[in-house]
Design a protein around this ligand. Sequence first.
Ligand SMILES: [Zn+2]
Length: 422
Amino acid sequence: MRILIKNGYIVSMVSAVRRGDILVENDRIARIGNIDCEADRVIDATGKIVMPGLINAHTHVGMSLFRGCADEHELMTWLENDIWPVENKMTASDVYSASMLSGIEMIKSGTTTFNDQYFFEEETARMAEKLGLRAILSRCIIGEGEEALKRIAEAEALYNNWHNKCDGRIKICVGIHAPYTCPPDTIRRSVELADRLGSPIHIHYLETKDEVKQMKEKYNMTSTEYLRKGGVFNYHVMLAHGVHIDDVSLHTLKDISGGIIHNPVSNMKLGSGFADVRKLRSNGINVALGTDGQGSTNTLDMFEEIKLAAYLQKGMYHSANAISGEDVLKMATIEGARVLGIDSEVGSLEENKKADIIIIGMDKAHLQPVHDIYSLLAYSVNGADVETSIIDGKIVMENRNVLNVDEHAIIRDCERITETLF
Ligand SMILES: [Zn+2]
């Protein structure tokens, strides 16, 4: 299969913006330049932006049904009173439908890769298989004793059943909930699993002040020391949040493989605080962008996250140039790919990389005039401006229609499940 994308503004994220064509052959970008050749499909991208698909580096897509259910609650009360009791009632089929709703939402707002941690995660894998999304998935390991052992066994089964499925589009890693919810024995067994599978680790990390306090009281350690002693940093590690990083922790993070995943909307909404992204990046630490689940973020639109991430650093530093629009776009593409350890395959438009591409039309009142394309993408574009999406060389959305699924049937299904659960 050959797809020729003609005459777009190519935002590769690794070289200057240029007008040109992209030839996709099977799952890869075969050529970028001025191309005239036969193709099975020709997409006219005149007046449109062609860029890498966005990477949502931290999600719980099975949580879509929690959108707007308990907006003004803080993290611990929110989890204990609003989230966990309902999650305990959810079936595998509920998680599949909730994941489908999220999958459609992600594709329709420009995300092509997501890094997810939840339960019944094989249902999320089935969603990614069906919709054509690229995914890194993990079964959330949390708690202690028999409960934790059961979850670790499920995490391993998920790996055995799904790792590298769908031509490698689906990868499985080890997902640990957080330092404060996992005692040393659970961390040790999770790390043993990562070792056995050769997998990266995805974990919530220094999200709230309360976590800092709890770790001090329970272990007389910071979360960083706790994870370092538990051997977590010996693996490629994807650390979600990193809101409360002290200077000693920052020093430790300089040596890790992986990086921090910044979730500005979720952190602000739950009152958790502001991650110092500028400081992390200036210390050579890679920072990805994520939305977290819809319970704490309400939408999976990465363009909202991009805007907020930029505004937040500018506000924190009282400086308009604290971070640039281009830098924040990198966090949602190539730098995000680095944090997830997949930058050799995705995150930029380059020959021989996987063809994960989105196309955005600019012929709209809120996107005119065009002075600077990075500025337009960082501050003006929203998810609904994405018209076409290609993942692994296959068109998954065209003219805003997500292919291979009945979107309205999924919406009706989720309405019905929500009525039963809440
Ligand atoms: Zn999370």
